[in-house]
Design a protein. Structure first.
Lengths: 198, 156
């Protein structure tokens, strides 16, 4: 592709993390939504796994390579207006990392999942008699509130994941940019700014 | 109107309002009664679920007694505890029962029937060992959940 170069953008750790998180969140969501007495414990285990993956991501945002750093994500938000104005154009974005909408989406997903894991620790299902490990530490009113938020955030997470997948499809079909392959092999078509591609 | 007459009217109005609010509302007793039933159902079901989960050591005698009491609580005559108009809109802060419980009746009645059947099946085997308890406890949880999902608000 003229004006684009294939570059190593996503490091192996980030890629592995991404797919582990996807698997953990989807499985955890399904087991929560269709919970029964015999599978509820697995929903809780997946909550722990998701929590551990989130903690790693916060640390990785400090220690990881440039495209995944907190600073990079926050900085890219400044380019939001300019990026949004041209996002409908039918050509690959060629961003060497998260584009501004993607960065906002990552931040939203990580925060929503964090809220989901934290509220889950204090939630209970009083039909199946399961509760998060910290539910016994707080008042029963707090548990009811946390449980309500846990159910609400489940819908938020579902919405954000749906938006994420819809965006991937939009880039693939409309902008002719495959964002899935780079998350598998790390290599992404990046716009070569040394060549005037405009 | 004369200002004195106006004050008398205000006083009469206040007295009526106060006496109306002080009057005993039978619906509140019904709400208390049904919540008490569910509190007891939860009280007897709790240890059975904890045993099934392995969070409490299995005790055949206790399991048998608690399952029998759960079965009793799942079969108390409760129709009068659910008078029409006692949903969480009319009795905010007192009940989590959604209006759908009445508008989609007899769906909620079927849920109660499901709990009754599940509790009876559990009571039959709960004292026969942990595996027997485990084989029937899931249906009880499912019955509780079925009604909570459809007819209970998230918050008071």
């Amino acid at each position: 592709m003229e004006g684009y170069r294939r570059e190593a953008v996503w490091d192996p750790v980030t890629r592995l993390w991404h797919w582990l998180l996807a698997a953990s969140v989807i499985t955890g969501w399904v087991l929560g939504e269709f919970r029964t007495f015999s599978i509820m414990q697995w929903h809780i285990y997946l909550g722990y796994l998701t929590g551990a993956l989130l903690l790693f991501r916060y640390a990785w945002g400090w220690a990881g390579p440039a495209p995944v750093r907190h600073r990079t994500l926050l900085a890219s938000l400044h380019d939001m207006p300019a990026y949004v104005r041209q996002v409908g154009r039918r050509r690959p974005s060629g961003v060497a990392g998260h584009n501004p909408i993607g960065a906002l989406s990552v931040i939203a997903m990580v925060l929503a999942l964090t809220a989901q894991v934290v509220t889950g620790l204090f939630s209970e299902d009083d039909a199946l008699f399961f509760s998060g490990p910290l539910a016994s530490e707080v008042s029963s009113d707090t548990v009811v509130t946390m449980t309500a938020y846990h159910h609400l955030f489940a819908k938020v997470v579902l919405g954000l994941v749906a938006f994420h997948v819809a965006a991937i499809l939009f880039y693939l079909v409309w902008k002719r940019e495959n964002l899935v392959t780079p998350m598998l092999n790390g290599r992404k078509w990046v716009r070569d700014r040394t060549v005037n591609s405009e | 109107m004369h200002s004195f007459a106006r004050w008398i009217l205000v006083l009469i109005g206040l007295t009526l309002a106060l006496s109306a609010s002080a009057a005993k509302d039978p619906n509140e007793d019904a709400i208390k009664a049904r919540r008490a039933v569910m509190t007891l159902q939860s009280w007897y079901a709790g240890p059975l679920f904890q045993m099934a989960k392995g969070a409490m050591e299995y005790d055949a005698e206790m399991a048998g007694i608690y399952a029998a009491h759960l079965n009793t609580m799942a079969n108390v005559e409760g129709g009068a505890m659910w008078p029409e108009g006692t949903d969480n809109g009319a009795y905010a802060g007192k009940t989590r029962a959604l209006p759908e419980l009445w508008t989609t009746w007899p769906e909620a009645g079927k849920k109660a029937e499901a709990l009754s059947e599940a509790a009876a099946a559990l009571a039959e085997v709960a004292g026969d060992g942990l595996d027997a308890l485990r084989s029937k406890i899931g249906a009880v949880g499912k019955a509780c959940k079925g009604c909570h999902d459809d007819f209970r608000a998230e918050k008071m």
